[in-house]
Design a protein around this ligand. Sequence first.
Ligand code: COI
Length: 367
Amino acid sequence: PSVAKCHASLATNYTRETSEVVDLDWENLGFGLVDTDFMYVAKCGPDGNFSKGEVLPFGPIAVSPSAGVLNYGQGLFEGLKAYRKTDGSILLFRPEENASRMITGAGRMCMPAPTVEQFVDAVKQTVLANKRWVPPTGKGSLYIRPLLMGSGAVLGLAPAPEYTFIIFVSPVGNYFKEGLSPINLIVEDKFHRASPGGTGGVKTIGNYASVLKAQKIAKGKGYSDVLYLDVVHDKYLEEVSSCNIFVVKDNVISTPAIKGTILPGITRKSIIEVAQSKGFKVNYPSGRIALSVEERLVSVDELLNADEVFCTGTAVVVSPVGSITYLGKRVEYGNQGVGVVSQQLSKSLTGLQMGLVEDCMGWTVRL
Ligand code: COI
């Protein structure tokens, strides 16, 4: 058998024979890469079909210096998480949504993509091969990072002749250094993240490189991250560097509509669906109240008198916002505590993701 096949069967045997968890400092996990055992690799040539992928030892990959992804940024990524339940089983959250988003993004970036079935199967294989890296219940999650890249060599500007689909994983804790405490955002008044007709609505790697400068400046001033406005009017909320945004006012949750410049977040969509689901009501001392949801243009002025603001994303999950600074003026929410709407939506969503409540939405995939 080939070396790759040996490694693949090693991965399968490994999974079968071990159920224990690695010895890590689980209490102090942040959002940084921890090298794990295996990664998944599949390739696609000019025929547009991906090979049957292989589970290989995690490690560096060789690509030509002339690879499309290195020279012209022809690349996309995804992010999803796996949680360990107390009964030892592992839950994935809506992996087919990531697969579909990768297919849409690949179309925009002139790349072939794995089918939904190939994608989900590859995620399952990668997670099972790295099962011992899934944090114990309540200590975090296994972040799963699928990558699709133009790995073939090009010199003139053109789609690459070969593509590589990789999945690697890392155990993670909270994304922001604030942990579960509210974050402090600054509205960006110089840089923009995306423009109409561009690629802001797909998860291409370049969208993330282009926000590093604004993020670095903001972090240098003590903010957690940056909130971007639309490029045309400089007035409507778009998203934060790594997550979507929601504004709460009088039991209405509003979030910028998807219109090509905002990433269609799977956590964003799930929060909307939870908020609209039959039976979801916010528990106040005075009684239970249903929420309404609006996807629309949200003006930056609405931040001034919002009751709560929160961010959503795979990495950040649901992150309460404690303050937003815009043109030198700072607005605070919920006395730096977590607002009741953010808190209860977050609890309902994470209850599903972690398998703490029955999955009446049919969103989790059990391994
Ligand atoms: C995610 O939430 O999975 C993302 O892709 C954001 C990334 C910048 C960590």
